[in-house]
Design a protein around this ligand. Structure first.
Ligand SMILES: O=C(CO)COP(=O)(O)O
Length: 135
């Protein structure tokens, strides 16, 4: 499955902890991320994360464009609800596109834990039939 990892600055420690805790599961999948989040996850684990631009520089939009083409199976986006983001429109657009394409999306660690356990259990098998490949 193709998974995107994204975290706002104050949630990056949560994302790193999550990646460490679920490294064995995540390692079985194709990982992508926004620039800084992807770098921090790679520094803390043995995972390989293909990185897009940093969120404020367009990374959310790059991932959103691929969601629009139904290329992602799961988006783990640890948002900071208490800090204004200069690129808030990009954040909202990405979340909206997940809803347009019915792509599973976690915006906090609690939901991410449920989804990653479901992923491991095989609950995402329907995505294999539904998604489109990267060209
Ligand atoms: O800003 C972000 C998501 O909106 C995350 O971007 P970085 O991972 O580059 O910090």
């Amino acid at each position: 499955m193709r998974i995107a990892l994204i975290a706002h600055d104050k949630k990056k420690p949560d994302m790193v902890q999550f990646a460490i805790a679920y490294e064995k599961i995540l390692a079985k999948h194709e990982l992508y991320g926004t620039g800084t989040t992807g770098t921090k996850v790679m520094e803390a684990t043995n995972l390989t994360v293909k990185r897009f631009k940093s969120g404020p520089l367009g990374g959310d939009q790059q991932i959103g464009a691929l969601v629009a083409d139904n290329k992602f199976d799961l988006i783990l986006f640890f948002r900071d609800p208490l800090t204004a983001q200069p690129h808030e429109p990009d954040v909202s657009a990405l979340i909206r596109l997940c809803d347009v394409r019915q792509v599973p999306l976690a915006t906090n660690m609690g939901t991410a834990e449920v989804l990653i356990k479901g992923l491991e259990r095989g609950d995402f098998a329907w995505r294999e039939e539904d998604k489109d490949g990267f060209e």
